[in-house]
Ligand binder design. Structure first.
Ligand code: R5P
Length: 314
């Protein structure tokens, strides 16, 4: 067994790391992580971590490559400081969309990032709702993948909506929509989405299912430009939806997402604090933030004590 849990974080989401520590009833660990004027990153743990069970909390959001390097250097420093075990806690795993060679001469960057973490010295990874299931297999070390969708389902169930319909914004999310619909006793609908090559813009072509006079909930793993869900919102309004809400786990939110989604067509947007909103916030659309800190804290406790992480979701 390792000595006690130690949680540290880099420079992008101290609030989440603090909430996780609050849940675990331990102080956040003391570490310096900063850049020199030549942009090289320096890390120094300010406390003894020899033989401790170390958790490094770092969602990979903008500036993604800097945050990734921070994490890798934190892993390296922890290894050299003789940490007992190092777990990279990456609630949002960047480059998840580069998960297969689906065109000639392109990389599989999600795999490369996994290799980086292993080579740096990570013993385990704890992540959440990764973009594609196969990313788990890119690691040769244990990876626990949490899901925030039950949290989102419980929130929607508490709203007592009228004739709720869970909407998948593209065919890839149909199973997710079906699972959530079953949890809250709702119908489902699916948007047929078209994306042009490698362009970021997406277009909702048609709706499979009913929206008229229904309270619609669009569900996605992440929002980047907002294009996918914005076009689904428009389509549902055209089809006579009574209300339209959007929920996602990871609000990656490029600046233009706040423009396209701040619309009276949208009744509410729900997301988690798996990552920080680095490019601003919504001005008018009502937002609800569900915290994943207790879930991550529980998972850390279970990993430390050898408990089941899967049991969190039964
Ligand atoms: C696609 O497969 C994903 O589930 C999301 O729909 C997509 O990543 C969202 O991107 P954007 O907000 O740029 O349309």
């Amino acid at each position: 067994m390792f000595r006690e849990i130690a949680v540290f974080t880099g420079n992008n989401h101290k609030g989440l790391a603090e909430s996780i520590c609050k849940h675990l009833e331990i102080p956040l660990g003391d570490v310096q992580v900063f850049q020199f004027s030549n942009e090289e990153i320096f890390v120094k743990y300010e406390e003894n971590i020899r033989e401790r069970d170390v958790y490094l909390v770092q969602p990979l959001v903008a500036p993604v490559n800097t945050r990734l390097m921070e994490l890798l250097i934190m892993i390296d420093a922890a290894k050299r400081a003789s940490a007992g075990r190092i777990t990279a806690v990456v609630p949002y795993y960047a480059y998840g969309r580069s998960d297969k060679k689906d065109q000639p001469r392109v990389p599989v960057t999600a795999r490369l990032v996994a290799n980086f973490m292993e080579v740096a010295g990570a013993d385990r990874v704890l992540s959440m709702d990764m973009h594609a299931g196969q990313i788990q297999g890119f690691f040769n070390i244990p990876l626990d993948e949490l899901t925030a969708f039950p949290l989102i389902a419980d929130y929607f169930a508490s709203l007592n909506l009228h004739a709720p319909t869970v909407v998948a914004p593209d065919v890839g999310r149909a199973k997710l929509a079906r699972d959530l619909a079953a949890r809250i006793d709702a119908d489902i609908a699916i948007v047929d989405k078209k994306r042009d090559g490698n362009k970021e813009s997406a277009e909702a072509m048609t709706l499979i299912g009913e929206a008229k006079d229904r309270d619609c909930l669009i569900l996605d793993d992440e929002i980047l430009t907002g294009g996918t869900v914005a076009s689904a919102v428009r389509l549902l309004r055209e089809r006579g939806a009574a209300s339209v809400r959007v929920a996602c786990v990871h609000p990656v939110m490029a600046p233009k997402a706040f423009e396209v989604l701040d619309t009276p067509d949208l009744d509410e947007i729900v997301f988690t604090d798996s990552l920080p909103l680095v490019h601003g916030g919504f001005k008018t659309v009502p937002t609800t933030v569900l915290s994943v800190a207790p879930m991550i804290g529980d998972a850390i406790h279970r990993i430390h004590t050898g408990g089941s992480v899967g049991a969190l979701f039964r």
